[in-house]
Ligand binder design. Structure first.
Ligand code: HEC
Length: 133
């Protein structure tokens, strides 16, 4: 029993460090997210819960923030731009995998060849939930 608890604790620590290297703590953006969606309770949305956890395990937050433009566009802006576009999940998931530039400016997003299409879609679904309009 004790061993089990230690294991659970360790897994938690590992998961928390999983983002690696990012100076910005994800807790910040989560708070912003909840506040800026006008009280919409995303915390019970399975796509949100999954995405918020997943996105910390990739490099996305090195270049993106929820509400502020960094190297890449703010996720809220991305979500607003593609709100109501039914091909958005597919298009954006493939774009994240392939990388590219030209939609938000000249700076390219690097490719993510190791990201599966399913994982990319899960990340993008989370991003699209962050819309403010
Ligand atoms: C090296 C910096 C960098 C990293 C890392 C990065 N992005 Fe981007 N991202 C960008 C830039 C720059 C753009 C704008 C590209 C453009 O103008 O076409 C962008 C655009 C996007 C878009 C909008 C694409 C479009 O065509 O409108 C999405 C969605 C996105 N990123 C998600 C992600 C996700 C998810 C990850 C993590 C797997 C990620 N990004 C990692 C820099 C980055």
């Amino acid at each position: 029993m004790k061993k089990y608890l230690v294991l659970v604790a360790l897994t938690g620590v590992l998961a928390a460090c999983g983002g690696g290297g990012g100076e910005k703590k994800e807790g910040d953006s989560t708070t912003t997210t909840t506040a800026s969606t006008g009280g919409a309770d995303l915390s019970s949305n399975p796509d949100y819960v999954k995405g918020v956890d997943m996105i910390q395990r990739y490099d996305c937050l090195t270049c993106h923030e929820v509400a502020t433009k960094k190297i890449g566009p703010a996720y809220q802006e991305v979500a607003n731009k593609y709100a109501g576009v039914d091909t958005a999940v597919d298009y954006l998931a493939k774009k994240v995998i392939a990388g590219g530039s030209g939609v938000w400016g000249a700076i390219p997003m690097g490719a993510h060849p190791n990201l599966s299409l399913d994982s990319a879609k899960a990340l993008v679904k989370y991003v699209l939930l962050l819309k403010t309009k």
